[in-house]
Design a protein around this ligand. Sequence first.
Ligand code: FAD
Length: 440
Amino acid sequence: MKRFLLAYLALVALAWGWALALPGAGAAPLNAWALREHALTLTGLWSFALMSLAMVLAMRPARLEGVFGGMDRIYRAHKWAGILAIGFAALHWTVELADGLIKTLVGRDGRLAREHGSDLFEAMRDLGEEFGEIAVYALVAMLVLTLWKRFPFRLWRYAHKIMPVLYLMLAFHAAFLAPIGYWTQPVGVLLGLLIACGSAASIHALAGWIGRSRRSAGVIESVAEPAPGLTRVRCRLDAAWPGHRAGQFAFVTFDRVEGEHPFTIACADRGDRRVTFEIKALGDYTRGLARRLQPGARVTVEGPYGRFNLAPGDVGRPQLWVAGGIGITPFLAWLESLQDAPAQAPDADLYYCVRSRDDDPFVSRLEALTRTLPSVRLHVLSSAQGERLDARRLGARAPERAQPAIWFCGPRGLRATLARELAAAGLAGIRVRHEAFDMR
Ligand SMILES: Cc1cc2nc3c(=O)[nH]c(=O)nc-3n(C[C@H](O)[C@H](O)[C@H](O)COP(=O)(O)OP(=O)(O)OC[C@H]3O[C@@H](n4cnc5c(N)ncnc54)[C@H](O)[C@@H]3O)c2cc1C
């Protein structure tokens, strides 16, 4: 993702530099005023390009899952594009305010002449400036709320709904404040494209159309609480549901006021449009969920999304599967889907890290599912019994010749431990495919 964002920024800088390199464009002497102007246009372009990208990615473009490696990664790219966009917007605003400082330090000499147009154009420019100022303050406030993890996610989600409106204000600002000469250059074509795509995405978001074509209605068939803090919900969906691949997830709405939450579909697809979710109480809404859900109630499921799927090419390759807590859900779906075709099961070691093996609601099910799959070995690591995921275990299990494919789903801390222990086991540098459960 880092490389993608850097390449994107480089492309924007190239288009900006192209306009600058044209004969006559850089004719003004390179003084403090000219430098300010260049900094203003480049930070503005970077900020707007990233904001446009964030808007487009917020549309949940399932077609881009292959490029990014899943919808969870698309969300991550959306988040970082947004954070960087706000950073550049703040810089852009700071450069704008540097006007007074430059005047004090070097005076007005060498100041670039302001472009002028018709009265209507000037009025639009003034309005664009106002919009830009309001938007930048609102964006910085939004960034603070995003990074302040203690701010309740539910409230954050409502506040976040203002983003398409802020984007449209920024698009107006960009359209009227970009140098007029840009519109005959590649940078103008790029800017036009960004405004068009980002505005279309904003209108789509404001109309509530995000994910509309992937939504299915359904009913809750059963609700259970197999262990304290765990809700198991089985739903039957309508004919619009396209089916899923083991390991995918969906955005589930049990309650319209609460809105959607992403959950892995923790079962195999049997072609009967039934999906099961195993939901751990990890926050305000998921706490006590089993008591609030009733069989027969309506549910909306949007998806399926995600690329946490065993591909046919993976099957011949030895595997290390590592799950922490509720991160076991995609592996449950994999194991279930392999029940009908045990010969297709890869040579895999599944490490399931839990607090206490004796109280865990999934251990007996995993044991039953792996019993019929001789090539899949289950290792339950119970921290209550002092068992930890370590290099010795991973190294001993890692096949000597072939590099294993490593899949991980679980908390961030466990992922860091896995990376450390893999390095200690001489398996550093192997890509670990993981599902990001934390999108904020
Ligand atoms: C791809 C994916 C698959 C997941 N699969 C499972 C699963 O199978 N079982 C399970 O128990 N949990 C799963 N989760 C985590 C689950 O979505 C959150 O625990 C749940 O939404 C928390 O909601 P809350 O209101 O109780 O907690 P809050 O404290 O309100 O939220 C905690 C965190 O959950 C995330 N979250 C909450 N709502 C949303 C949302 N609408 N969109 C994106 N992120 C949100 C945010 O990162 C937030 O910071 C998955 C998450 C993702 C991204």
